[in-house]
Design a protein around this ligand. Sequence first.
Ligand SMILES: Cc1cc2nc3c(=O)[nH]c(=O)nc-3n(C[C@H](O)[C@H](O)[C@H](O)COP(=O)(O)O)c2cc1C
Length: 427
Amino acid sequence: MSRRFESRPQTADTVQKSDPRRVLLGIGGGIAAYKGPELVRALTARGFEVRCALTAAALEFVAPLALQTMSGHGVRVALFDREEEGQIDHIRLADEADLVVVAPATADLLAKMAGGHADDLLTTLLLATRAPVLVAPAMNVNMWDHPATQANVELLRERGVSFVGPDAGYLACGWEGAGRMSDPAVIAERVEALLAPRTLAGETVLITAGGTREPLDPVRALTNRSSGKMGFAIAAAAARRGAEVVLVAGPTPLPTPDGVKRVDVETALEMHEAVATELASATVFVGAAAVADFRPERRAAHKIKKESLGGSAGDGSLELRLVPNPDILAEVGARSRAEGGARVVVGFAAESRDLRAAARRKLSQKQCDLVVANDISRAEAGFESDSNAVVFVWPDRDDEVLELAPKPAIAGELLDRIEALRRERRR
Ligand SMILES: Cc1cc2nc3c(=O)[nH]c(=O)nc-3n(C[C@H](O)[C@H](O)[C@H](O)COP(=O)(O)O)c2cc1C
């Protein structure tokens, strides 16, 4: 059976294809069309194959050659073009898309979509496709607020069209308000989310991320170099797969991933308390945070002054007495075992030597199902880095060594393993 006659899903929530990676990008005639090449780049960087279809008005704002170069495919504009239609006909373009993104979507395009018009290539594609549609509107704030536009948006939402943005801010037209097209990176993230198989639907994943900060006085603290990037990547990927995600985060400027409930904490004690509160509903726990093992016994109410330090030897030195913090992972492991062991518990081990031996000790001492070991002595992996090289250390099977890869890719590998464990447990 040829692909064009397959029954295709209509809404994003029902998409379950194994590897849906073909995106049709429709570009309308708004000023934000100049971001088209950047959006193509953001999509191709995520592994999507992108085809572009422009309205005639869009040609005023973006060069087709830039889109063609970035996407690696010819760009289509005209419906009645014998040459273009001969190469890839418009219905095939509509059929082959796994998802259609309209960015920017003009007020005019929203009206045409709502009205079912098909008087140029893009509107015809939008009517012909059975793929889910994501729309990123961009226009003057008064055009956006107009009852006609709002009614069109409402109607399109009811039909299952997804929206991203518009964001509020200064607009190219000089007005301020809602009307800016969302960032290409944000649009690409939504595309990924809409196409991800929802294999973690029904699961609640509790993740800790980042370092903790243990105050000495109101200005100083003991902390570590964990950026939180690994834990945030796991949270984003789990949410894309349909899980309820709670992310307990130490201090980090990272933005909250879409669809994730974030609980900000500073100290290990606060993280401990947040985890204790959230754990009951969690079917999966991932401890990716670098929790301080110790904290200063006392926190000075006021800034410690150099002049006030006599030091035990009278030499101006300062002695710190540290006391142990609770071991969050060990407690979660023990509690999960006591409750029957249905919850999957994953720990992270960041080591600069004897990596696997340390990870194996952690695995048994903390009663984890899996420990992800990362060698922080490698410059291109571990703390602060965008990539990681890890070893999955299991209680009952051989270690799995993963090559250096971006943290989102490692997150995906980890979630594949977690899903398999949860399937076994549910049986
Ligand atoms: C300089 C300029 C900028 C424009 N920017 C927008 C815009 O951001 N959003 C929008 O909805 N329309 C905008 N328009 C109006 C559209 O170009 C116009 O409605 C056109 O018919 C849209 O065609 P299309 O929907 O087929 O792309 C702009 C027009 C001009 C002249």
